[in-house]
Design a protein around this ligand. Structure first.
Ligand code: FEO
Length: 673
């Protein structure tokens, strides 16, 4: 029986899930399955975008026939010839003998190779920038070589603003009935599998991914249709941000990926001790036994973390095989720009450290942290200091601490230099230990909410009293003035940045901040609260209001309060240290030569005349010389709350308010970008 989903009035998903596949591409375990997406457009002509893997051919053909509703299939657009999307092309042509194939020249060659048939007569060849129409819909084609094979292309439907992205923006995991990103809690439940998919499938080809992202940046995109995983119809920018990090090999977080290979547990013991020492210093550690966890998961977290520690025993006068495999895999995926520490073990002739270094050293921009730590059979008592030193060194980079003066001055200097005029440093306010909350209210059936960091008990007794201050320009403040009541949902340390973006960085004047959330809970006063990433909710009725110039203070009776979880509350300081993303420096643009055929990037100002592309074997004449444009840095101020950059040569006006989060001048600090 057919199983389809409608994307819009003209476009239908006709793909299928596969939950029985043990290993995707014969190597990547997919415990949550995988989806093969195919899309059918019903216009004056009917157009199918790619087919599916042969494992799901039965339901796929039922889907196509059902969605066509008796019409003939006019066109098949082929984005990618890998058999998980192309295996059923031959059967499709047999079932729909009039179908014409729209593809590029490289696809044409592969079609003949895979199916040993000449499809020339039914092929309409397209190339970069060509336009094709199916009636009301107009398509443009963009070549995306090596994302993930050389023949890959993307198709942009200008009419519906839909981009068909082939493998890009795909994820491991069956759809399980959900098709759109907002039908899943993507950044909580699916991001790790999207990361594992990207890093293992196209991680090697970061420059080529960057090249296609640049092309896509010029398009007005409403919907993104990849060949695996969810169709994106909202918040695509959040996923795009991840792609920009992954494809530039920029760590997503300042943390440690610790992988060890241990035969009898002694190397593992040292790894455990180091992990404990790092954790005690406030460093997040993601830890793997290379004999237990398949490399694809470790590769994924190696892309995620800024620092890598490899600990392995010596084996056959080399390094233990699972560690050797992992390091080869990391090199094959082009991992770069990481800080690396090495721990080796060997009972009579330790060699694993040397071999690990030799495997890591050729990777680009890898920086070793100190010398190898060498264990002889087991960690000795007197080696704890070496692990302490390594943990200190990593912690210092990840969580810089204020320098401590070596000694107090013997006496106050007689002449004190003229003091600078007193000023208010917004950073000092981040030192208070106070929490972060979502403030919600409801007026005329409409829900409003914002992030605050000002809730506190104003008086004990019965009823208890609570005070909050809210920036006046914040729409929620206006709405509380009308409703006279509000809820406070106290956020916990696991609250994702997305939640702060949702409630903190947009205005309820023009946005429904509750759009597409999956929860609907309300307290007895009828106001919504946040049931996830919170540990308590308090319902309050306003009894007094005080104008505080830029903010308004509400004092309220607490009429209902309940504890939702035991998770620790998120302090404002914790938000700044661990949740708010650190600004990533823009990747350095280098003079280079880019292969027009496959996208290979040769770094350097001069390319030898006899240079041959190592990927597609084309010569220098097929390379384009790319000279980066040097952008002058702009002076301004950055909002320490939401990261908004305001260009400004002089001082910000006193009454300046952040256009994103509505915080004032005191929350800005000077910056350049
Ligand atoms: Fe999903 Fe590159 O195939």
């Amino acid at each position: 029986m057919h199983c389809t989903r409608k994307i819009n009035d003209n476009l239908i998903w006709v793909g299928a899930d596969d939950r029985r596949l043990a290993c995707f591409e014969g190597v990547y375990g997919v415990p949550d399955g995988v989806s093969y997406n195919s899309y059918l457009l019903l216009d004056e002509k009917t157009v199918l975008f790619d087919t599916v893997d042969k494992a799901v051919y039965e339901v796929f053909f039922e889907n196509v026939a059902y969605a066509l509703g008796g019409r003939k299939l006019d066109y098949l657009v082929i984005s990618h010839m890998e058999p998980d999307h192309a295996a059923t092309i031959e059967s499709l042509v047999l079932r729909y003998p009039e179908v014409r194939i729209v593809c590029n020249a490289k696809v044409k060659v592969m079609l003949a190779q895979f199916f040993q048939k000449d499809y020339s007569e039914r092929i309409d060849l397209v190339k970069e920038g060509d336009v094709f129409t199916s009636g009301k819909h107009e398509f443009t084609f963009f070549m995306a070589p090596m994302v993930h094979w050389p023949e890959v292309m993307m198709t942009y439907d200008k009419t519906d603003r839909t981009l068909f992205t082939a493998d890009a923006f795909g994820t491991f995991g069956a759809l399980n009935g959900r098709l759109f990103n907002d039908e899943a809690d993507f950044f909580v439940e699916n991001l790790s599998e999207a990361r594992r998919y990207y890093t293992n499938i196209v991680g090697k080809y970061g420059p080529q991914v960057q090249a296609i992202l640049k092309k896509a940046a010029a398009l007005d995109i409403k919907t993104v249709c990849p060949l695996h995983g969810f169709v994106w119809r909202s918040h695509f920018g959040d996923f795009l941000e991840k792609y920009l990090l992954w494809s530039s090999y920029t760590p997503e977080e300042q943390s440690v990926m610790l992988a060890y290979a241990s035969v009898y547990g002694h190397t593992e013991n040292a790894a455990n001790i180091l992990a404990a020492k790092l954790t005690e210093r406030g460093v997040r550690v993601r830890m793997y036994d290379t004999s237990v966890t398949p490399p694809s998961y470790i590769v994924s977290d190696a892309f995620r973390c800024s620092h890598l520690v490899f600990a392995a025993t010596t084996y056959n006068a080399g390094v233990f095989v699972t560690m050797e495999n992992l390091l080869h895999d990391l090199a094959a995926h082009n991992l770069q720009k990481r800080k690396v520490a090495v721990i080796e073990n060997g009972s009579w002739a330790p060699t694993s450290g040397k071999v690990m270094r030799e495997l890591i050293a050729p990777m680009k921009n890898m920086e070793f942290i100190g010398e190898n730590i060498t264990l002889k059979s087991a960690l000795a008592e007197n080696q704890l200091a070496a692990l302490d030193a390594l943990a200190d060194s990593i912690a210092e980079e990840i969580k810089p601490r204020p320098a401590v003066a070596a000694s107090a001055p013997a006496e106050v200097p007689a002449a004190v230099p003229a003091a600078a005029p007193p000023s208010v440093d917004g950073g000092a306010f981040h030192k208070f230990i106070y929490g972060v909350e979502v403030l919600t209210t409801c007026v005329d059936g409409k829900d409003y909410g914002c992030i605050i960091n000002s809730a506190g008990q104003a008086a004990s007794g019965d009823p208890k009293k609570l005070s909050i201050s809210v920036i006046k320009k914040n729409y929620t403040a206006e709405m509380i003035a009308k409703s006279g009541k509000f809820n406070i949902s106290i956020l916990t340390e696991d609250a994702p940045y997305k939640l702060f973006q949702r409630f903190g960085f947009q205005s309820g004047r023009d946005t429904d901040k509750f759009e597409s959330v999956t929860w609907t809970e309300r307290t007895a006063n009828g106001i919504r609260y946040i049931p996830e990433y919170t540990n308590a909710v308090l319902s309050c009725e306003v009894i007094a209001t005080e104008d505080l110039d830029t903010s308004v203070l509400f004092v309220a009776n607490v009429v209902e309060a309940k504890v939702l979880s035991k998770a620790p509350s998120c302090s404002y300081a914790y938000y700044h240290a661990h949740i708010k993303p650190k600004k990533n420096p823009a990747p350095e643009q280098k003079e280079s030569w880019v292969c027009r055929v496959c996208g290979y990037v040769y770094e350097g100002a001069e390319m030898p005349d006899d240079f041959v592309c190592p990927l597609c074997k084309h010569g220098k004449e097929d390379f384009e010389h790319v000279v980066p444009v040097v952008k002058k840095k702009q002076k301004g101020y950055v909002c320490t709350i939401c990261g908004h950059f305001e260009p400004c040569e002089g001082e910000l006006p006193e009454d300046y308010v952040c256009p994103l989060c509505k915080h004032g001048k005191t929350d800005f600090e000077p910056a350049e970008q």
